[in-house]
Design a protein around this ligand. Sequence first.
Ligand code: GLN
Length: 312
Amino acid sequence: GLLPGWDRVDEHVAAAYERSRENHDGVVADYIPALAAVDPALFGVSVIEVDGGTHVAGDADVAFSVQSISKAFVYALVCEELGHDAVRERVGVNNTGLAFNSVVAIELNDGHPMNPMVNAGALATTAMVPGSPDEQWDAIHAGLSRFAGRTLVLDEEVYASEVRTNQRNRAIARLLESYGRIQTDPARVVDTYTRQCSLLVTARDLAVMGATLADGGVNPVTGERVVSPAVCRDTLAVLAANGLYERSGEWLFEIGLPGKSGVAGGIVTIAPGKAGIGTFAPRLDAAGNSVRGQRATAYLSRVLGLNVFASA
Ligand code: GLN
């Protein structure tokens, strides 16, 4: 063990679960109709260390759609393909201070999507994956599966539900096209983005995916290299600034780690060089971030001494 308390991670994960389970704040997302049907009582917590050590509590093996958490891993894959500068120029790295699906943010910034963790920037990032739309989807599906260490499956019901209701994302993609930020068919870009959001993961999968970013790009369970250490560094910087949307500053202040949330209730958190944390709990705060997931992760960061800004 590298850290004080590192020999008691099972105990700490169980305590994070028990303490956060008492919280019933927040509401399940319902703007995607299929998400409204989920059991709000579900709650899972997992920590995977960079040496593969695995710790779980609660519903850590219940599947849910990855949603916006896909943005972090697609961004890493695009950085791996195209490099630091290309992605920074096209998509940016700065927080919008506005909601994840804001149209105003695009207009306020002369058509710039601002960062890859809001819908505009994620659509622009997905559009940058090399190849035809089918090749783009295959690369995203295979890449996210390598991060997870298993072949991820698409939730057809969530996908169909979002296809019927994602007029706003289609509008964002069209707007980006008008500014030259998407140079392929925007309808296909939205479709690929909607698919990537509909991939099913568990809290345990998220912890493995996070541990891969914590481990310089090597999946600690499969031993496979997925991306380079430089790409992990860049991705974690972007997550620190933008991973929890307009609440990213509060998250960083309380937890001190890069993380990424999704509206189905997942959060992935990365302790560089140490571990990945995955949580799942569907009730969300006003920004779309899981309430119990934030609490459980804050607890783990504190008891495991993971805050990257702490000297001791
Ligand atoms: N698929 C969702 C959307 O585009 C993802 C949003 C999220 O998880 N915040 O609206």
